[in-house]
Write a protein that binds this ligand. Structure first.
Ligand SMILES: NC(=O)c1ccc[n+]([C@@H]2O[C@H](COP(=O)([O-])OP(=O)(O)OC[C@H]3O[C@@H](n4cnc5c(N)ncnc54)[C@H](OP(=O)(O)O)[C@@H]3O)[C@@H](O)[C@H]2O)c1
Length: 386
């Protein structure tokens, strides 16, 4: 059997590719990769394997240079005879930016790009399953502090915090419009952060936000908000298990669910003692973000709540060369804080029922093994492109 995957150079896609490559029953894995040539694409894929010294089988991993924003992508894929016998597609590529400055690109990649892949897929004679990697957060911002079920989405009426989740929601609808139901598998991971194995995660996406919170120590968030976080290795295993198992549904949350969810309080407590020289974590109201920004501009006058946190202010004066750094961090963090505040947990009973994967380890457990990575993360670079 042959697999075609997009996004294999990414955080989740990289794990999926390496895990799939170890399956003997898979003959070829074709990977759509942004690159100028087949050779350059192969180099990028080899790096995915080199990252953890996994075996790169060049006869099995076949690069397909291509970009989701190129106009002729459908025709390019359709004219490639080696792809005519693809049986499984995993579409993991996406632009995951939260910042509104990338909204046009997010639309082009997550909607127009997906449409090109779908048009090609619908011509494939031997296609068994098209897997669309969506996101559980397509449920929107009105579902707060509760468990969300798969069949509550997609709903075109819900409001979204960012364009990214809105495009992922429309993407799901497009998949249904292009392919017959029996060929569709939609997997919706919750928040993917880190890796529960004791090695460097492939990407610090999301984890940078914990690193930033760990640096700031004054956290404008509800400490008890329920947070649905999973490690990337679990997400990859769950998706592959679902792909090859007998499924009772076409849509699955890949999530921690209520039994493995965490909270900001639990996650910060898990890492606190690794950084004994920093002030303790203090959770404060969201209104303090405004005061922090004013303080960073040296415009915080008169009476303010922030001034009562003298230890934290002194600590910020010590660690930030320039108060602008603090504004950059806060600015980058804000959309993440908005998501955390929603308190959404995604029901995972379908996944647990149809696979043997079991529950993921809660983030406040596996993050204890990853705490030493937090200070290696360039939080400022991440905050500038959230
Ligand atoms: N991370 C999470 O917490 C999370 C949670 C829920 C769902 N998801 C979903 O999981 C999937 C993977 O996310 P991720 O965190 O692994 O993202 P990521 O690390 O940013 O990886 C994105 C991948 O998409 C590729 N890509 C982006 N634009 C492309 C284009 N124009 N043409 C071809 N390929 C392109 C990237 O290629 P380059 O290497 O060339 O940039 C990269 O391989 C996404 O569909 C996302 O919506 C992620």
């Amino acid at each position: 059997m042959n697999v075609f995957i997009t996004g294999a150079t990414g955080f989740l896609g990289g794990e999926l590719l390496v895990d799939l490559s170890k399956k003997k029953e898979i003959d070829k894995i074709f990977c759509l990769v942004r690159a100028e040539s087949k050779e350059k694409a192969a180099e990028r894929l080899k790096k995915v394997f080199d990252f953890r010294n996994d075996f790169f089988d060049k006869d099995k991993i076949i690069p397909v240079p291509g970009d989701l924003i190129q106009n002729n992508l459908t025709e390019l894929l359709a004219s490639d005879q080696s792809l005519s016998d693809v049986n499984y597609i995993i579409h993991s590529a996406a632009d995951t930016s939260f910042s509104p400055i990338y909204d046009d690109l997010v639309e082009q990649i997550n909607i127009n790009g997906l449409e090109k892949i779908l048009k090609w897929s619908s011509q494939l004679k031997n296609l068994i399953t098209f897997t669309y990697v969506g996101t559980a957060t397509i449920c929107g911002m009105d579902m707060k502090n509760r468990v969300v079920k798969e069949d509550e989405s997609p709903n075109e009426k819900v409001k979204h915090l960012v364009k990214y989740t809105e495009t992922k929601m429309r993407g799901e609808i497009m998949v249904h419009n292009h392919l017959p139901e029996e060929k569709i598998l939609i997997v919706r991971p919750s928040i993917i952060m880190g890796d529960c194995r004791p090695h460097t995660p492939r990407s610090y996406v999301i984890m940078w936000a914990l690193a930033a919170i760990n640096l700031l120590r004054l956290v404008p968030i509800n400490p008890n908000a329920q947070l649905d976080i999973i490690p990337v290795d679990y997400a990859s295993r769950a998706i592959i298990e679902l792909l090859f198992s007998k499924r009772n549904y076409s849509v699955y949350h890949i999530s921690a669910g209520k039994d493995s969810a965490t909270t900001p309080l639990q996650s910060t407590q898990a890492i606190e003692h690794y950084f004994p020289h920093r002030p303790e974590f203090i959770f404060v109201g969201r209104e303090l973000i405004r005061e922090v920004k004013l303080w960073a501009r040296k415009q915080l006058n008169g009476h303010s709540t922030l001034k009562s946190h003298r230890e934290h202010i002194n600590y910020w004066n010590d660690i930030f060369d320039d108060a602008t750094d603090l504004r950059i961090l806060m600015g980058g963090l804000e959309p993440y804080l908005d998501f955390i505040e929603l308190g959404q947990v995604f029901d995972n009973s379908r996944l647990l029922q149809d696979t043997k994967i079991g529950l993921p380890e809660p983030a406040h457990e596996y993050m204890k093994r990853s705490a030493h990575f937090l200070d290696k993360i360039d939080v400022f670079a991440a905050a500038l492109a959230p």
